[in-house]
Design a protein around this ligand. Structure first.
Ligand code: SAM
Length: 248
């Protein structure tokens, strides 16, 4: 049996504490810059079976359950993230699994909707993930996911270039066509992520019989742009949101 790697930066005490201070951790979906865009792309959850890959604190699981989903499964590697998620959704039809979304499988046609918010850039093999999703997502089922934008992940450091006074000069774009592992600086810690081109994201779906329903590069909601962590986010595309339908 394949060994599941359960160690994750999200279970590192220092990283977890910093992550828990972020606006999206404190305020939930209302504090997430992309939520106003993602929300519009979500399907009707009434009586649906829903899977959230990399569910973190479970905000999207809670939203699906509050909007009529009959059963929601949240999957995450991190014990600490799942502990918070379980508290938030107590009393709702939400179950959690501690597992690696890269290798996880379910019986064929288990889910009507598969969601993933900002977790898939932690997965090395996107094609394998999509082939797995294709198995457990029903025909005509909906996949909606956000990832860090390829222009954001390409160079690797995920930081601006600054002048000697500390003013931002620009955001670097480099090594765009060199897909693979990156060691990014996220919340002051070294975090392993994976870069892929826009073509890889879109064509992997198209070649595996998904129909693209929406592709969006979200910008933060106007009321969030003043926050220190978002005030520079009109300079670079930070996220990519894709909505697709499983045809077979
Ligand atoms: C940036 S957080 C996003 C959490 C949540 N989806 C949200 O939008 O608020 C990324 C989450 O993905 C989880 N994660 C990263 N790699 C994973 C993997 N291979 N399998 C399962 N979960 C993973 C992390 O533990 C973390 O909770």
């Amino acid at each position: 049996m394949e060994e599941i790697k359960m160690n994750t930066i999200y279970d590192n005490e220092k990283f977890f504490n910093k992550y828990s201070q972020m606006t999206r951790s404190q305020k939930g979906l209302a504090g997430a810059g992309e939520w106003h865009t993602l929300q519009k792309l979500l399907p009707d959850f009434t009586d649906k079976t829903v899977l959230d890959l990399g569910c973190g604190y479970g905000w999207h699981c809670l939203y699906a359950a509050e909007h009529g989903a009959k059963a929601v499964t949240g999957v995450d590697l991190s014990e600490k993230m799942l502990a918070v998620a379980k508290e938030k959704t107590a009393g709702y039809p939400v179950n959690y699994l501690q597992a690696d979304i890269a290798t996880l499988t379910f019986p064929v046609a288990t889910f009507d909707v598969v969601l993933s918010s900002l977790a898939i850039h932690y997965v090395a093999d996107f094609k394998r993930l999509i082939l797995n999703i294709k198995q457990y997502l029903k025909t005509d089922g909906i996949l909606v996911f956000s990832v860090e934008h390829p222009a954001f992940t390409a160079e690797g450091s995920q930081d601006f270039y600054y002048d000697e006074k500390g003013n931002i000069l620009h955001y670097p774009l480099d090594n765009y066509f060199n897909e693979g592992i990156r060691e990014a600086n996220f919340l002051g810690e070294k975090v392993t992520k994976y870069h892929r081109t826009l073509t890889t994201y879109l064509n992997t779906l198209l070649k595996n019989d998904f129909t693209l329903l929406n592709v969006v590069e979200p910008t933060p909601a106007t009321e969030l742009l003043a926050l220190p962590e978002m005030k520079e986010e009109l300079r670079r595309p930070m996220m990519l949101i894709i909505k697709a339908k499983n045809n077979l």
